[in-house]
Design a protein around this ligand. Structure first.
Ligand code: NAP
Length: 329
């Protein structure tokens, strides 16, 4: 392989365009080599403008010799098939969240990559948000953790496919709530063992656009998750409630606040940075050094398992275990 890894990018939509922009601006250790999307005219024109290879069919893109690693930013229903094909072609992968629509699919992907010795990273991008990394570093300041409250509220869905369970797998919980589920593991270092959830369809027909969930962790700590796409404003907030005080990360404003008693004892404006840049840098570093990726396929699988437990809990109206089948993933 060359010193600079040729990236094949599948998906040039809303989020794929961010990957394009950052790759074209330059990520050390990798370069955009080939792209794939369904719209052949737009894809070809884009590729010509930037001197890239355009491969309309992703099955061909993953086997191209110019492509040394694959980045997947498509509707997640495609993730499993693209992953398995890339693994067969011996190409490392970075796949946008959610890793898969179901635990079974995610397990198959993780297993295939592991057996073939192929690197698989899940783009759980919120982990790379500077203010959340700072919250994690400062958690001990508020004493033993009592519980976490994680909130994400944003506008109505930007795509029709997000309302189609066949394309999206679920609603707002699997689409954006998955960030918060992954954060629970990232911030606490503990696994969720039990989930209870209440899901609502306020402006949608087939998938939830409002989700409330509670997880019990292996440590006994509880985590409360609220996620919705019903309101005009944007809020993404993580609150860590410790015995000695509270830390509140306001993600959209990149502010970390510490509260003790009635007082705000510290407010820190944390310099923000686009998470896709950090994700790509981490992926490129692992490609060139062989070091483990910071967010593995297994991490992506565990977040999907937490979401799947919520769907089952809501259907059955009771708390359920967060389970990954006993077969090794
Ligand atoms: N981490 C984050 O913060 C974040 C934020 C947003 C989205 N995402 C994730 O990114 C993914 C894409 O979301 P998006 O908002 O970018 O969706 P989008 O705007 O609908 O873009 C999807 C892209 O996939 C392409 N595509 C669809 N089917 C294809 C196929 N069979 N072969 C090749 N390309 C195909 C589409 O091509 P055409 O345009 O030509 O039809 C389009 O370029 C989702 O998994 C989403 O969850 C993550």
């Amino acid at each position: 392989m060359s010193g600079s890894f040729g990236i094949g990018l599948v998906g040039l939509g809303r989020h794929g365009s961010r990957y394009v922009r950052h790759l074209l601006e330059g990520i050390p250790g990798c370069r955009l080599a080939a792209v794939s999307r369904r719209d052949v005219g737009a894809g070809r024109a884009f590729a010509e403008r930037h001197g890239l290879l355009f491969v309309p069919e992703w099955r061909e893109l993953v086997t191209c010799k110019e492509v040394e690693a694959v980045v997947v930013v498509t509707p997640p229903a495609l993730n499993r098939e693209i992953c398995l094909a890339a693994v067969r072609a011996g190409k490392p992968l970075l796949i946008e969240k959610p890793l898969a629509l179901t635990v079974a699919d995610a397990q198959e992907m993780v297993r295939a990559a592991r057996e073939a010795g192929i690197m698989l990273m899940t783009a759980q991008t919120l982990r790379f948000t500077p203010v959340l990394a700072r919250l994690r570093d400062r958690l001990a300041d508020v004493g033993p953790l009592e519980y976490l409250v994680l909130t994400m509220r944003t506008e109505r869905p930007p795509h029709r496919w997000l309302g189609d369970p066949g394309q999206a797998g679920g609603g707002v919980l699997l689409e954006i709530g998955i960030h918060l589920l992954d954060l629970i593991r990232f911030l606490t270092g503990a696994e969720a063992v039990e989930a209870v959830a209440d899901l609502a369809r306020r402006h949608t027909d087939r998938v939830e656009d409002l989700a409330l969930a509670r997880f019990r962790l292996s440590t006994g700590v509880s985590c409360f998750v609220e996620v919705s796409r019903v309101s005009g404003g944007r809020v993404c907030r993580v609150e860590a409630i410790g015995r000695a005080g509270q830390l509140i990360a306001d993600v959209d404003r990149s502010l970390l606040t510490r509260i003790e008693g009635r007082a705000v004892t510290a407010t820190e404006a944390v310099p923000d940075r686009p998470t896709v840049v950090t994700v790509l840098e981490a992926f490129a570093k692992s490609l060139s050094t062989g070091a483990p990726v910071p967010v593995s396929g297994e991490d992506g699988l565990r977040a999907v398992a937490m979401a799947e437990a919520c769907y089952r809990a809501a259907r059955e109206g009771r708390s359920v275990p967060v389970a990954i089948s006993s077969e090794p993933a």
